[in-house]
Design a protein around this ligand. Structure first.
Ligand code: ADP
Ligand code: MG
Length: 238
């Protein structure tokens, strides 16, 4: 089954074309990494997939259904941002429960899902704290937990480690890999870090200036870069 299919997706802001004819598929359960230099359109691509931005043209299918006219909350996806985007006045528990409350899920089910996600992410002891009382790594885990409780078909991560220091980056990266194995969900992970891409991905999508430059497994891309740009970006031996 295909989790996500983009056909000829274009996005412009005014006269500026940011995404140019993007064709792409993500298979069910696949971990796909979008990699490319700053400004190449990675975040815009995620925002278009999530529905936070409309496409200028092209089609987006999620789980075999066209979602061009489906609002973000109904696309079966959850997004984790670089900035965490937690509500400062809410506790960890309330931050994680919020989307489920808005969906009017039963109270027991909300409590159960929050408890399970907090166990998975080692947050069980922090449920009554506010974000200001947590470390950066803990805040990022809450942001991930907030996605996990929604049980999405597809997770979108936008440079989730870029605000963490080196040791935490490594830990959180392993945690995201474990979560992927545990949940079996499809994940798209954006980074400008080649090492992150090489270690996490089933499939890497190299973006450059709003276009897909190459798609392949980490080894395919490393051993057989399509061109010099990819070779230099990924760090293939010349
Ligand atoms: P990346 O995430 O790869 O660093 P972005 O997707 O954030 O790149 O941005 C790609 C390009 O689109 C940049 O040139 C950026 O200035 C432009 N852009 C992004 N969002 C907007 C917007 N809302 N309005 C105008 N231009 C935008
Ligand atoms: Mg970005």
């Amino acid at each position: 089954m295909t989790a996500l299919k983009l056909s000829n997706v274009c996005k412009s802001f005014g006269k500026v074309e940011v995404l140019k004819n993007i064709d792409l598929t993500v298979e069910e359960g696949e971990f796909v990494v979008f990699v490319g230099p700053s400004g190449c359109g990675k975040s815009t691509l995620l925002r278009v997939i999530s529905g936070l931005e409309e496409t200028t043209s092209g089609d987006i299918d999620i789980g075999g259904r066209s979602v061009n006219d489906v609002p973000p909350a109904k696309r079966g996806i959850a997004m984790v941002f670089q900035s965490y985007a937690l509500y400062p006045h809410l506790t960890v528990r309330e931050n994680m429960a919020l989307a489920l409350k808005q969906e009017r899920k039963p109270k027991d089910e909300i409590a159960e899902r929050v408890a399970e996600a907090s166990r998975m992410l080692s947050l069980a002891d922090y449920l009554d704290r506010r974000p200001s009382e947590l470390s950066g790594g803990q805040r990022q885990r809450v942001a991930i937990g907030r996605a996990v409780v929604r049980e999405p078909e597809l997770f979108l991560f936008d440079e989730p480690l870029s605000n963490l220091d080196a040791a935490l980056r490594m830990n959180t990266r392993l945690e995201i890999a474990r979560l992927h194995r545990q949940l079996g969900a499809s994940m798209i992970y954006v980074t400008h870090d080649q090492i992150e891409a090489m270690t996490l991905a089933d499939k890497i999508v190299v973006l450059r200036d709003g276009r897909v430059e190459q798609v392949g497994s980490p080894m395919e891309i490393y051993n057989n870069p399509a061109n010099r740009f990819v070779a230099e970006f990924i760090g293939s031996p010349s």
